[in-house]
Design a protein around this ligand. Structure first.
Ligand SMILES: Nc1ncnc2c1ncn2[C@@H]1O[C@H](COP(=O)(O)OP(=O)(O)OP(=O)(O)O)[C@@H](O)[C@H]1O
Ligand SMILES: [Mg+2]
Length: 151
C-alpha cells in the first residue's frame, strides 16, 4: 500500500544560487506493508529556508525522523555537506548541526478543562490584538482589573 509522501526537489531560483547543504535522494520508508515515505528526493540549498507540506499522514514526521537519524530509511541516501549521514546516529547528526523539535500535543494535566479553555481564549485575544497593531493585553478580559473593565 502506498499512501505516503511523494515529492521531488523544488526547482527555484534559490537552488541555482547555492549548492544543497542537505540532500535526500530516493528516500523510502516502509512500515510493514505501509509505505510511509515513497521515493522522496529533497534538496535544501545552503542559506535557505524551505518547508515540507502535506496532509495528515503524508509522511512528514517520518521523513524528518530519517533526516535526523531517529529512524533509518528502508532505502535511499541522505547527505549533509556532501557526507553520507544515512545511518549515522542521531546525536552525531545533531552534533553536525541538524536538529528537530517535537510536536507536543499532550494536555496539561494540572489544568482543568475550564482553565484550558480560558488559556485558549486569552491566546486568541492576544493574536487579535497583534493583528490590530495593539500590544497584547495581559490578564483576564472583562474581569476585575482586566483590560475590558472601563474607568
Ligand atoms: N512507527 C510507525 N509504524 C507504523 N506506521 C507508522 C509509524 N510511524 C508512522 N506511521 C504511518 O506512516 C504514515 C505517515 O505518518 P507521519 O506521522 O510521518 O505523517 P505526517 O505527515 O507527519 O502526519 P501529521 O500531519 O498528522 O503529523 C501514516 O500512515 C502513519 O500511520
Ligand atoms: Mg507529523
Amino acid at each position: 500500500m502506498s499512501s505516503g509522501l511523494e515529492a521531488t526537489s523544488a526547482e527555484g531560483p534559490v537552488e541555482a544560487l547555492a549548492p544543497p547543504i542537505l540532500t535526500a535522494s530516493g528516500i523510502t520508508k516502509r512500515f510493514g506493508g505501509l509505505i510511509a515515505v515513497n521515493d522522496v528526493s529533497f534538496d535544501i540549498p545552503d542559506q535557505s529556508i524551505v518547508s515540507l507540506i502535506g496532509p495528515n499522514g503524508a509522511g512528514k514526521t517520518t521523513f524528518f525522523n530519517m533526516l535526523t537519524g531517529l529512524i533509518r530509511p528502508t532505502s535511499g541516501q541522505i547527505t549533509l555537506s556532501g557526507k553520507n549521514i544515512t545511518r549515522v546516529r542521531p546525536d552525531v547528526i545533531t552534533g553536525r548541526g541538524v536538529a528537530r523539535t517535537f510536536q507536543n500535543i499532550r494536555l496539561f494535566g494540572a489544568m482543568t478543562a475550564l482553565e484550558k479553555r480560558l488559556d485558549r481564549t486569552a491566546r486568541a485575544d492576544a493574536r487579535r490584538d497583534l493583528r490590530r497593531g495593539r500590544p497584547p493585553a495581559m490578564g483576564p478580559r472583562g474581569g476585575a482589573g482586566g483590560p475590558g473593565e472601563g474607568p
